[in-house]
Ligand binder design. Structure first.
Ligand code: ADP
Ligand code: MG
Length: 629
């Protein structure tokens, strides 16, 4: 061992990763090559960009390419690129630690995953380690493009440590020498390697030469005309840039000349990896200028809430030598951002019109991102509003409607779009909030997700109609034919007199103290005795539930004032009015219980201990009465 050779331990996560990679028996071993070639291509893209920015580049004369050499006598496979290379520190950082945030989640997933999931390795920023699927030993010789660097060699047999030593006299770029495992000797066959390259890496924008023979046609798919590109090419390109194994749900290939020259190819995947528990996704669209990669997986060209998209954007209006930092506050980039987002949302609307069933699929998978968009992005609110889908009282279970359909169905005299949150359609329809709507034949949108009420309250209105939650205290319902009938019926009904009503509500308010703002006689209840409404502001009970969950210390604290509405025609309320004269204390318990029940129907937690004790007291008395009577 030379004096300058240093042996270093892998970071614990890397060890774990290597253990899994080595010991898993999976069929998709071919992906290791895709990962190494994609790293080589990245290094070449970086070099190409760097050579526009830097004055001096080491070994500037080298042509940008990837060479793969198979040696079936020695059982080795060598992958060489003339890319950006790595310094000693970079070798240590990049190949000895895992910096990427998603990869820890991947690691946990992987240890309990089935075999296919390993092929996702590249999506989580740990693709290099896939080499150990086929290698007994991996040597990485690298020389950075920086003028004052020297070459180094990194090597490991995946046993927990790696060696690093100087390696003088090498060219710029990286060479990876793989000593193939016994059961992986087939990878030294150039026929097999060519086949794998064609399958996985045909879109790499640098020549790939296998044993001296060029095997890919270098092309930037997005710059070609739509009519020249086959579906298969489109899908293969998607798999290539998205590290994907399936086919995309949608694709959008478009170009503009004014106000900006853009060529773009955007894909909507089928799966939402965040839903599958992989943690927050990184953006998947890369920025090019005249086919030169400016920023891979750019955070600047699309809003964060479109991070599920994969693809490329090429704009020749950008200066080629723009630095990464300058992208952030570049006015042109801001324009690309806006144009691209609008165009994509318009594309979704078109797709929704063409095939509503398929759009519903999209919506189930990615709707959450569009809702995130509404709550965080003012600019595209209107377009996003048109893309929302919900179940409603007028939709069949499991089918969704758009706000536009709702508005189209609105009857004369209806000024607002109504919605109510609940955990399921059944729960909402059994609850007190929809009673008045059913009576008046008004459609109500069912919001079933915690984010929904936030999204709708941010949206505020749609097509000039206000969006109103049905649990608002100041809800004004139009008087339809059925409404008038109900009003008459109420007058005729032998409900409590005005005076009794006033006395009862005032007393109930006194009993409930600061648990409610006010107690009212309800105009909206039909069959239920009582319900909770939000006294003011925009907050719905669903939003309050989310806020409570976020602040665990205040599980029962109120964020918005609550009113209790009571139904004076309901037997329970009528009898309660009598009871408060016969047995005030017991009647007070009943009031508290009515309040707690109404809170639960609003989806809000109540203090369980007090509520259970009280309900036992009430039951005890009932049983005693019946038994004794
Ligand atoms: P990712 O490519 O997603 O970052 P990898 O595990 O594939 O994750 O690679 C880790 C890092 O190692 C890369 O980000 C890059 O900085 C470095 N690297 C790997 N291969 C090369 C190469 N051929 N040339 C230069 N750098 C490389
Ligand atoms: Mg990689």
């Amino acid at each position: 061992m030379s004096a300058k050779t240093e042996t270093r331990e892998f970071q614990a996560e890397v060890k774990k990763m290597l253990d899994i990679v080595i010991n898993s028996l999976y069929t998709e071993r071919d992906v290791f090559l895709r990962e190494l070639v994609s790293n080589a291509a990245d290094a070449l893209e970086k070099l190409r960009h760097q050579s526009l920015v830097e004055e001096e580049i080491f070994d500037d004369h080298l042509s940008l390419e990837i060479r793969i050499d198979c040696n079936d006598k020695e059982h080795t496979l060598t992958i060489t690129d003339t890319g950006i290379g790595m310094t000693r520190d970079e070798l240590v950082d990049n190949l000895g630690t895992i910096a990427h945030s998603g990869s820890k989640t991947f690691l946990t997933k992987l240890s309990e995953a089935d075999q296919e999931d390993v092929s996702l390795i590249g999506q989580f920023g740990v693709g290099f380690y896939a080499a150990f699927m086929v290698a007994d030993e991996v040597k990485v010789q690298s020389r950075s493009y920086l003028m004052d660097d020297e070459g180094h060699q990194w090597s490991s047999d995946a046993s927990g440590s790696y060696k690093i030593s100087p390696c003088k006299g090498i060219h710029r770029g990286t060479r990876i020498i793989i000593k193939l495992k016994e059961d992986a000797h087939a990878y030294a066959d150039s026929g097999k390697i060519k086949e794998i390259i064609k399958r996985y890496s045909s879109f790499v924008s640098f020549p790939i030469k296998v044993d001296g023979e060029k095997v890919n046609t270098v092309q930037a798919l997005w710059t070609r005309g739509k009519s020249e590109i086959t579906d298969e090419e489109y899908n293969e390109f998607y798999k290539f840039i998205g590290n994907a194994v399936d086919e995309p749900l949608y694709r959008l290939h478009f170009s503009t000349d004014a106000p900006l020259a853009i060529k773009s190819l955007l894909y909507t995947p089928k799966e939402n990896f965040e839903n599958l528990g992989f943690g927050r996704m990184d953006p998947g669209v890369s920025l090019y200028c005249q086919k030169v990669l400016i920023e891979q997986h750019s955070k600047n060209i699309l809003p964060d809430w479109l991070r599920f998209l994969k693809g490329v954007v090429d704009s020749e209006d950008l200066p080629l030598n723009i630095s990464r930092q300058a992208l952030q506050d570049n006015a042109l980039v801001a324009k690309i951002h806006k144009v691209l987002t609008s165009r994509y949302l318009k594309h979704l609307e078109e797709e929704a019109g063409k095939d509503p069933e398929q759009y519903q699929e999209f919506w189930r998978t990615f709707g959450i991102f569009l809702k995130e968009g509404i709550t965080s992005d003012f600019t595209h609110r209107e377009a996003l509003g048109r893309l929302l889908r919900f179940e409603s009282s007028a939709s069949e279970p499991g089918r969704m409607i758009s706000l536009a359909e709702y508005v189209e169905r609105m009857g004369e005299g209806q000024e607002s779009i109504f919605y109510i949150n609940g955990s399921s359609r059944e729960a909402i329809e059994a609850g007190p909030y929809v009673e008045a709507f059913r009576k008046r034949k008004l459609e109500v949108i069912y919001t079933l997700e915690p984010i929904d009420d936030f999204a709708l309250s941010h949206l505020g209105e749609f097509a000039g109609k206000q969006l109103v939650s049905a649990d608002r205290g100041d809800l004004e319902l139009p008087e339809s034919g059925a409404g008038e009938e109900a009003a008459q019926k109420e007058e005729q009904a032998e409900g409590l007199s005005d005076e009794r009503r006033q006395g009862l509500t005032a007393w109930m308010q006194e009993v409930l103290g600061d648990r409610v703002k006010e107690v009212h006689v309800s105009k909206r209840l039909e069959d239920s005795p009582a319900l909770i409404v939000n006294a003011g502001g925009y907050m719905t009970s669903s939003m309050e539930r989310v806020m409570r969950a976020a602040r665990q210390d205040s599980g029962f604290a109120q964020f918005a004032g609550k009113n209790l509405e009571i139904n004076p025609r309901h037997e329970l309320i009528k009898n309660l009015d009598k009871l408060r004269e016969e047995d005030r204390e017991f009647a007070a318990s009943v009031v508290e219980q009515i309040h707690d029940n109404a809170m639960i129907q609003a989806g809000l937690n109540v203090e369980p201990r007090a509520m259970v004790e009280r309900s036992y007291r009430i039951l005890e008395r009932l049983v005693k009465k019946d038994g004794g009577g």
